[in-house]
Design a binder for this molecule. Structure first.
Ligand code: ZN
Length: 151
């Protein structure tokens, strides 16, 4: 279990140091800003959708702690090529994983790499850092230009 924890930490540190899909997308269809006042994490998400509401390209930028940056990086990696419905269903699963009972093993096989954030549920103050990018994605998919906050 400790080895697994080390692996998870390595993935989170790697994505914080070298975030994927970081930057901006001039030619975007949707955007949203996210703010987690508890920690001070802020991010902007820009995405392009095709006619089937599938994310064809996306970027994020902003300033946040290691967990929020790594989560945004992994979220954008996951979301590329996925439909709105697929992304929203995974957001629910991700949120469940982070807010579930820490004493119960939850089945996270379907979350793939996103399961690296499972350990965050032991630190309730950091849960919003991990979920901020997903709330922001939901806001962007909902109506185009909007603001998401974890509060
Ligand atoms: Zn944070």
């Amino acid at each position: 279990m400790d080895d697994l924890r080390d692996l998870y930490q390595t993935v989170i540190l790697d994505h914080n140091k070298a975030p994927r899909n970081f930057g901006s997308l001039e030619d975007h269809d949707r955007s949203a800003n996210g703010h987690n006042p508890l920690c001070g994490d802020k991010l902007t998400l820009e995405l392009k959708l095709d006619a089937d509401e599938r994310v064809t390209d996306l970027r994020f930028n902003g300033m946040g702690c290691a967990i929020s940056t790594a989560s945004a990086s992994l979220m954008t990696e996951f979301a590329r090529g996925k439909t709105k419905d697929e992304i929203l269903a995974t957001k629910e699963r991700f949120h469940e994983m982070l807010t579930g009972n820490p004493n119960e093993e939850s089945d996270t096989d379907d979350l793939g790499k996103l399961a690296v954030f499972g350990g965050v549920r032991e630190f309730p103050a950091r849960v919003k850092c991990a979920t901020l990018s997903w709330h922001t994605m939901e806001a962007a998919l909902a109506d185009g230009e909007s603001m998401a906050t974890t509060e």
